[in-house]
Design a protein around this ligand. Sequence first.
Ligand SMILES: [Fe+2]
Length: 247
Amino acid sequence: MKELTPEQIQENWSKLRNIISDTFAGERLEKMNKMYDYFEERMCLAPASGKEHFHNAHPGGYVEHVLHIVDFAEQLWDVWGRNGATIDNFDKEELIFAALHHDLGKVGDLSEDNYIHNDSDWHRKNQGMIYKHNPKLQYMTVTDRACWLLQHFGINMSENEYIGLRLTDGLYEEANKTYYMNWSKDNQLATNIAYILHQADMMASKIEYDEWARGDHDIKVEKEEEVKKKSQQSAAANQAFKDLFGE
Ligand SMILES: [Fe+2]
């Protein structure tokens, strides 16, 4: 299983809070800060999914995933614009707001986490089910819970932000079908915000899956251990040299 160090988790949290304070202002920023302060401890440790072969099913996986989608959405916004798409009928603040909150419901409700530790070793080992859904939660889709939490903290969103956040899962969410698959001229999506966010979310989750499947983290940990071992060996060699020949 991929693991983040406490320092990496802390660093990701600071990055997330900086994106928020650099992007938003005024009353909305104040309300967002209140919400992020409220969830700090739980959000820092939340995973992005429950199964390791989905994506980022590890403590800190949620924040890492959100940082990925914000980064990729900004990059794709440029790619779409450079290639002739209309991207000036929504702004970057709206894109970042929707990216930041598209999975907010994965944190859970006001008192209960969405994902809880799976105490069945068999399921963890054989099926990669690292977490399970918290049965104490009222059933709600992740997107519905995101909207509910935002309204609870009095955080308003624009129509573009709502459409972007609501449709980030693309056609993986059955309820999105009428938005994406309709053949009426009048019902086409008015902006590209949802397409860009869906592409960014796909990219983020597939890259997170690839990192897990390749065992990048394990390789990194092995390398760090190797470096540590080598530096211990060279410290021992230095000491032996000093013992033999003096300072
Ligand atoms: Fe996502």
